[in-house]
Design a binder for this molecule. Structure first.
Ligand SMILES: Cc1ncc(C[n+]2csc(CCOP(=O)(O)OP(=O)(O)O)c2C)c(N)n1
Ligand SMILES: [Mg+2]
Length: 340
């Protein structure tokens, strides 16, 4: 299991010093939004509303929130099939996200992509990638474009521990390092790739060593600590904006649910899930907010209620959306005209 943030990064960081009171409230709201959104996705799946499958990021929300909060509005993001977190943290329209997952034409990708293809170009959300590792070269491309534009934009890409065994990971890390591109590589090391424990597919558990193969700065952070993630990410983003090149951030974390909707996660050793549940990122942050006096119990409860209502209302509206027609599916697939 990951150590506390101070062990992982060598720094002790308080919420107040990194986020301030307003930022702390925003971070808590974003964490809750992602958790509630996915709870509703799960319920909707059981109710038969979800077209296709879903991959939940429950337990990994602090990675999404801590990294996205370090970004500017004009930065670029690529992520994976487990990509609800970065999208919601970035401010994706909730109704549009639900509608996409429900396969409705009012979805953010016209209802043609589902849970694994949430995009919004206005927010720099270039796409979730269902092919493991496929988002990294796209992020490097966005990094080249950012560098050419010369206004300090950065590109951030999220991927799992399993993706670090994919060729595209190594090519992307290499090119980004050689060309000193403004790319931040965020590895969500949740200890599993589908049903395989990391050490059965990868010769080491601490993936940060892979950054040194490309002479790239690497940092390990407690991925269940939103403050530690944000603190480390701000440094990486500052480096990138200053023209000093890419950084690899390994976030030690854990997915609390199975790989996808069809997986009950029974391959986990006894006690492992329980131990990680005690380090639930939302509970940890909630306790620290109280301890540092940044929100009282009434403030927390009001936030939780507001987020829950917002999510429920968005899902209800999304479920009323119309189904896509054939024409947009054709136009999104072929360059030519529909003749049949
Ligand atoms: C190139 C490729 N190989 C295999 C798969 C099947 N697959 C889907 S998810 C996954 C596991 C990836 O694990 P990891 O990168 O650790 O991400 P996590 O699911 O843990 O977030 C695999 C093997 C795929 N989608 N793409
Ligand atoms: Mg993994």
């Amino acid at each position: 299991m990951a150590g506390k943030s101070s062990e992982a990064t060598g720094r002790v960081v308080s919420i107040a010093s990194v986020l301030g009171a307003a930022g702390a409230r925003t971070a808590y709201e974003k964490l809750l939004l992602i958790r509630e959104f996915e709870n509703k996705v799960y319920d909707s799946f059981v109710a038969g509303l979800v077209q296709g499958t879903t991959h939940l990021c429950q337990g990994q929300e602090a990675v999404s929130v801590g990294t996205v909060m370090a970004l500017r509005d004009d930065d670029y993001l690529t992520y994976t099939y487990r990509g609800h977190g970065p999208c919601i943290a970035r401010g994706m329209d909730l109704e549009g996200a639900f509608a996409e997952i429900f396969g409705r034409s009012t979805g953010v990708s016209g209802g043609l992509g589902g849970s694994m293809h949430l995009t919004d170009m206005q927010l720099g959300l270039l796409g979730s990638f269902a092919i493991v590792g496929a988002g990294l070269p796209v992020a490097v491309g966005a990094g080249i474009s950012a560098r050419e534009r010369g206004i300090g934009q950065v590109s951030m890409t999220w991927f799992g521990d399993g993706a670090t065994n994919i060729g595209a990971f190594h090519e992307s890390m290499n090119l980004a390092a050689v060309w000193k591109l403004p790319v931040i590589f965020v590895c969500e090391n949740n200890l599993y790739g589908e049903y395989s424990p990391i050490l059965s597919t990868t010769p080491m558990q601490d993936l940060v060593v892979r950054a040194s193969a490309y002479a790239m700065p690497g940092v390990v952070v407690d991925g269940n600590d939103v403050v530690a993630v944000l603190d480390a990410t701000r440094r990486a983003v500052a480096r990138a904006r200053a023209g000093d090149g890419p950084t690899f951030i390994e976030c030690k974390t854990y997915r609390q649910c199975g790989h996808s909707r069809s997986d009950a996660g029974k391959y986990r050793p006894p006690g492992e899930l329980d131990a990680w549940m005690e380090r639930d990122p939302i509970v940890l942050f909630r306790n620290r907010l109280l301890a540092e006096g940044l929100l009282d119990k009434a403030g927390l409860a009001a936030t939780e209620q507001r987020v829950r209502e917002e999510v429920q209302a968005a899902a209800a509206r999304a479920a009323e959306g119309p189904w896509p027609e054939v024409r947009p599916l054709h136009d999104a697939t072929y360059a030519g005209t529909l003749t049949a």
